[in-house]
Structure formats: C-alpha cells, structure tokens
Design a protein around this ligand. Structure first.
Ligand code: SF4
Length: 273
C-alpha cells in the first residue's frame, strides 16, 4: 500500500535486464502507470506478441536506482491519478530481486505496485521475494485445461495455479487476463472452466478478456521462427460479446473492449497476453 514505505537508503541497488519502458499506461493497473518490461521468459506461448523478450540475456542492463529516477520525473501525473508502477515482461518473477527493488522504490514514492505475470519461478518460490512489495497483480491464465496450457506455453499449468493460490493466501487482489483465441481457448468447455476457476478465487477482482490479435506475428518472422497460429483470425465482436455475457452471468466482473478488439492499446500487444 502507498505509505508503507521503507527509507530510500534501505533499498538496495539491483541490476536487471529490461526490454523497454513506457511512462504512460492506462490499462495495466489502477490510474496512470509507469511500465517496465523485463527481459526473459521461460514460456513459449503460441500467441506471444513479444518473442524478442524471451532471451534472458538480451535487452538492456539497467540499475533499479536509475529506473527509479526515471519514474521520479513523471511522479506528479502518476500520483495525481493514484497510479504507480507495473512490472511486466517477459516475466518479472524471473528477476525477483530486481522487481522487488523496483517495487520498493515505487512504494517509497507513494505509488502502488502491480505485477503483470504468468506466475513463473514458482518452483523456487520467487514470489517470496516479490509479493511482499506487491499491491495487485494482472495474472495471465492461459488456459484452465492442463493439456492445452502445456501445449500453448510449453510449461506445466500446476505452477501457475499454485501462484494464483499464493495470491489469494496473501490477500493480494488480482485480475485474471485471458486471451480469447478462436479454436483454441473459446469453446464452451474452455469458458466454463475459466468461470468455475475464477469463482473459487476470493481475491479475484475480475476477468480481463483479451481478443487474440496478430500484431506479434511479424516479430516471429523477423526472428526466423514459424508463427504457430498461422491462419487464426481475431475473434469477431459478437463472439467476444457472447463470452463476456457468459462470464457476467456467472457473476464475474469482466473488462473487455469487445466492440473493437483491433483498438486495444499498444500495452496490450506487448505484455503477457
Ligand atoms: S506471452 Fe508472455 S508469458 Fe507467453 S511467451 Fe510471451 S512473454 Fe512469455
């Protein structure tokens, strides 16, 4: 929470690899947010918009103190909107000390902290380092079907579910992000499983439904990789609205720009989902 700040001198300087930053996001947590996209991800999602974040050794090596100074320059509008810092990726939980240092800097400035994650690093309980400094999370749950999850991401689903459980145990509010991919995550069974799981998450604020888009395809091609979802189209507005209605009927709060999926912000093309 803002105000639970440690003195600045108590926060260590930690170096981390980042892909990029954005100083004005309105769709990745409350208020206006400074976004840090960390470098490195162990997943290989078939719909990934940013395969250039996969390599843990790429990106730019930066100091948490230098990033904190960048945040300070835009502090007035972050504060006036009750916004803060969001760490996305790549996967911020794969650089836990760096992410925690950034979150501590943000809290010391009176900002809120949001973790945009898929819950990686569960095996090593990286959450123990980061979650004590986390006010809220955006958690991308790729699929509730364990086989589909592994097929879409290359990783087992169990770690992600454990992470979601950890969020609830610690009382951390979170939004579940879900990518609606025609023929992959949009069947009656898929949506039913999502609704059922969401209903069992006591700190879940709601579901953010993200219609699949093809904006990342050119990056795969530029990296010499075959795009796995060749031929899959963005879902139509009516199909998206039908899923929104179904989730709402199940009692869930749903965020979705159903009428104009192509108008989603650049941030939504660059983060996990
Ligand atoms: S969508 Fe996110 S979690 Fe999946 S491979 Fe890309 S960066 Fe990693």
């Amino acid at each position: 929470m803002p105000g639970r700040a440690a003195p600045l001198e108590a926060i260590p300087e930690v170096f981390g690899h980042i892909h990029s930053t954005e100083s004005f996001s309105t769709v990745d947590g409350p208020g206006v947010r400074f976004l840090v996209f960390t470098q490195g991800c162990a997943m290989r999602c078939s719909f990934c918009s940013n395969p250039d974040t996969w390599s843990a050794h790429g990106g730019e090596l930066v100091s948490s103190k230098d990033l904190a100074n960048q945040i300070r320059r835009v502090l007035p509008y972050l504060k006036s909107s009750h916004g803060g810092l969001t760490c996305s990726g790549g996967e911020p939980l794969l650089q836990p000390q760096f992410t925690a240092a950034l979150f501590r800097e943000a809290r010391a400035m009176g900002l809120t902290t949001t973790l945009d994650t898929t819950g990686q690093g569960t095996k090593h309980k990286n959450w123990d380092v980061v979650l004590p400094h986390t006010d809220g999370a955006l958690f991308c749950i790729k699929s509730l079907d364990p086989e589909k999850y592994q097929g879409m991401t290359g990783l087992k689903q169990i770690g992600a579910l454990r992470f979601a459980h950890e969020l609830t145990e610690r009382g951390i509010p979170f939004w579940a992000r879900y990518v609606l991919i025609p023929g992959h995550t949009d069947s009656d069974r898929d949506i039913g499983m999502l609704a059922e799981w969401a209903a069992r998450m006591p700190t879940l604020s709601g579901v953010e439904l993200l219609p699949y888009h093809v904006y990342g395809k050119n990056k795969w091609e530029a990296m010499g990789l075959q795009y796995p979802l060749e031929g899959v189209q963005t879902p139509g507005a009516a199909a998206v609205r039908a899923v929104v209605s179904r989730l709402e009927r199940a009692g869930l709060t749903v965020l979705c720009d159903a009428a104009a999926p192509a108008g989603l912000s650049a941030a939504h093309t660059g983060a996990h989902c």
